[in-house]
Design a protein around this ligand. Structure first.
Ligand SMILES: [Zn+2]
Ligand SMILES: [Zn+2]
Length: 167
């Protein structure tokens, strides 16, 4: 194979990869929106109003962005409502390591009612990111305040088993 042929093949492979990534991204965005109530959707939509012009997806932070154009820091810097923040994070983690993207009404409602809820806690069964009440520290780490107990919306594992949080 000549190097020109190889280059052509590689760029074709890359284009296909981008296309597939784009489809995955769109599917993940649809998945986190799918189960929301109209009321919940409005929260996300209201935040976007007037921002569409300057943000293509989300304004990038100064960090490095691979594959998708935003990272965890972009999300915290954009400072959207907790529900939208969770939707974004679920999409981001899905793109990075394939975590599930479901967001049923009752889990979405946790984010609506608690501005300090973040999708932080990995389910031991499927690695879905369950909500935790936490404070974002200046160094970018989280201090967990409380856990939401219950069944994982993705795999059904009961997160209450054998769990105690040290205060
Ligand atoms: Zn970023
Ligand atoms: Zn799970």
């Amino acid at each position: 194979m000549t190097s020109a042929t190889l280059a052509r093949r590689l760029s074709k492979a890359e284009a296909l990869l981008h296309e597939r990534e784009q489809r995955r991204f769109t599917a993940a965005c649809d998945a986190v929106k799918r189960d929301l109530t109209d009321e919940q959707r409005k929260i996300a939509d209201a935040w976007w109003e007037g921002r569409r012009e300057d943000l293509d997806g989300i304004a990038p932070c100064s960090g490095k962005h691979r594959r998708i154009g935003f990272c965890e820091r972009c999300i915290t810097e954009a400072n959207p409502p907790a529900l939208l923040r969770a939707m974004w994070a679920l999409v981001m983690w899905h793109m990075q390591d394939g975590t599930p993207t479901v967001l049923p009404v009752e889990v979405a409602q946790v984010y609506v009612e608690d501005p300090d809820a973040w999708p932080l806690r990995r389910c031991e069964g499927c690695r879905y990111l369950l909500p935790e009440q936490a404070r974002l520290c200046a160094d970018g780490t989280f201090r967990v305040i409380a856990r939401y107990s219950g069944t994982c919306p993705s795999c059904g594992l009961d997160s209450r088993e054998g769990e105690e949080i040290a205060g």
